[in-house]
Structures are given as C-alpha cells and as structure tokens.
Design a protein around this ligand. Sequence first.
Ligand code: FUL
Length: 447
Amino acid sequence: MKDFIKQAAHVRPSANQLRLLTETPFYAFIHFSPNTYTNLEWGTGDEDPTIFNPVNLDCDGWCEAVKSAGMKGVVITAKHHDGFCLWQTKYADHSMKKSPYKNGNGDIVKELSEACRRHGLKFGFYLSPWDRHSELYGTDEYNDYYKAQLTELLTNYGEIFHVWFDGACGEGPNGKKQIYDFDGYFELIHKYQPNATIFNDKGPIRWCGNEDGSSRHAEWAVVPSELCPNCEIQTEPGPLNGDLSYMYNMDENIGSLSNILYSKGLVFAPSEVDMSIRPGWFYHENEEPHSLDRLFDTYLRSVGGNTTFILNIPPKPDGTFDKKDVKRLKELGEKIRGSFSANLAEGKRITIEPYRGSDSQCTVEIDLEKEENIAYLEICENIANGQRIESFFVQRFNDGRWENKFEGTTVGARKIVRFSDEFTAIKLRIFVTASRDMPEFGKIAVY
Ligand code: FUL
C-alpha cells in the first residue's frame, strides 16, 4: 500500500500538459457557425451556407477583448456539429466557399490565426467529429475525410497550441453513428503539432464533467487509468484489486485515495473547466453575459483549483463581439489583475518544516513581518514532479496565538484560497495534514 501511494505521488505530467497547466491555464473558446444566424445551438446540417456572412468580421477586436481578460490563447470551432467549415477546405463544399463573405474566398481560421499571432495569443481549434452534413458520416471513409481536414488545419495555420475533440456522437444524415478513430486523429497531431495539447473526454486534457464552470471540491490531475485510457499508465495496479470501469468524468470523487487503491494504474490527466460567458455556446440576441462575480468565482475555482479554464465568447452575426461581453471581459481582467498584483509574501521569510519528523506532513510558515490585510493565499505544488497534497488547513497568527481560517483538500498546480472574510495577520501557516509524499512547493503568495 505504502509503495503504491508513493508511486501515486510521482505520477508526472507530459511537457505539453505541464505547459498548459502552468503557462496557459486561461484561454478563450469561440463558437461561430451557421448557428449564429439561425439562433440554434446544434445545427441540423442542412443550413443554407449563404446565411454565414460576417460582414464586419473583426478578429483583431476579438483578440483585444480576449487579452483584456488575461487569457493567453484562442480556440475556434473550425467545424461544429452542422458540418460547415470555417476555412478553405479542399474536401468539402459546405464551407466558406459558399459564403458571400469575400465572395467565397474568406477563411476565418486564417484570419483569426493571423490576428492571434499579431496579438501574441496562442491559437487552437475545435473540429467536431460529429458531422450532421457529411454523407460519409457513419462509414469508414468518414474517418479518412475527417483526418484529411484535420491535416489541413494542423499544417496550414502555423503553430497550434490546443486541439479540442468534442465527445458528442449523434447520427449523421444517413441515420448512422460513427466510430471515431481517435488513435488515428491523435497520431496526426503528434506528427504535425507535437507541442499541442489535446482535449478529449478520456484525456490527455480531460473534461471537467459539466459545462457551467463548476469544479470539484478535491481536483486531482492524477486519476485512474480507467477514466483516461488515452494517457500512459505510470504506476502498478492499486493494491485492492478492483475495477473502476464504471467511472466517468461526471463523478465527483475520482482521484481520491479511497478510489485509486482500486484502479488498474494511475495516469496524469488534468481537467479543463469549460463554460460560456452567456448561457449558450452560440450567440443569441436575447441572452446576457454572466455576472462578473460568477466569472471571477469560476476563475478562482478553475485556474485556482488545479484545472485550466476555457471561456467561450460567441461572436454576433456581423462578426464582432457584443459590447456587453467586451465590457465584461475587461472587468474580469481588471478584477484578476487587481486582486493578485501585490504579493504580501514577496521577499518575506517562508519556512517549510516536516511535522514532528513525519515524511509527508509539514508546516509552511509565512512571516509577513507586520500586520497585513489578507484576502487570498496562493499555493502551488511543483506539479512537474507530481501532485501530492491531500488536505491542509491555514492558520493566522494574531494576538499571540494561531487560529484556523480555512480547511482545504487538494492543491496541485495552483490553489487560490479565497478566505470568507478579509482578516489581518502578522504570520500565516499552512498545515499540510496529509500528503502522498513530502510536498514540493512552487510559488506561495499572499494577497
Ligand atoms: C458540446 C457540444 O455539443 C456543444 O455544442 C459545445 O460545442 C460544447 C463545447 O461541447 O459537447
């Protein structure tokens, strides 16, 4: 048992997973398709392609808005379930070729990828495997068609940072469902864009399990291989000889010790929280953006909860963002920058000590030297070497004694603790009460 727990503590991310989690954890999604013109969320596939006409397309404006919120990349729906392609593909006519935009010569993927580079943003795409337009859907040829399109997107638009595979698998025009060749799709990404991360239900970047920005109380990036068979197993099977094949992303408890002891082995697969700035993924005139509080709270629980965060902004039919969304993104960026600009622990003494000789429990004392107002504590594990902390509590030192202020579970790449009330303290202490091995810390900051 002890051996296995130690192995669990040393399950490591790939270089791509590590880069996304630590350097680019917050990025934008853009849902744009004929749905934008038909007021639908799922197109039927028989839309008239001439309705797609973003006369004021403003990819530079999108990038500025995205950057104002502090996001570092953009992922666009190159093709959604309706099958309409936002780029000049050789393999389909249901595409920009039929749009009046630039007389059929428009290429949204090209315009956006170029704008991203001008603005220093990373670029990625979503290519829906479910295609309600293609006659090939439901046959082996469809996988060849899909791979040919994937290759176009991987080879003609510069560096790709993230490829998003939707899990939806419905019926095509001939009533058949498709067996997706994900292994074949992944192979093309490894070949043409070896630095791209891949989002898929089964990893390597896995779905958080909902589309409303909720995250788990305890979020583990080290999970049973049964949940994420796309990832490499890095441990022996758990000692309790069980079967976790029932497990799904929507389950609340996936990476806890009580579960992993039953697994066939552990993998590294961090979760991505996905949500839209409005109720729908596509633009609907009657919808309003979510409140700043809700978006900021989601940021804290995702980027500050050991996951990445993809936030969708839907362009309007004319190809611009709604002014209300642009305003909300700017407010979000200001709130994030304002909350985390002055690190009170900068240059202060931080002492880490094993607790009474333990080899996995420890205390971290932060000496602020004078009484400070405190709202947030940021704790990072050195996730490159694995995720270890199971539980901790935070205490403040004031009036000559220690007092509990927060109880938490996992830490991982980044945990932002938001205290329920601001308080003052001269010193803070993180008490790691359980960990799979001695924790290795990265940044520790107080705001
Ligand atoms: C889902 C899709 O069915 C939605 O339309 C949307 O694209 C969302 C991000 O993923 O599975």
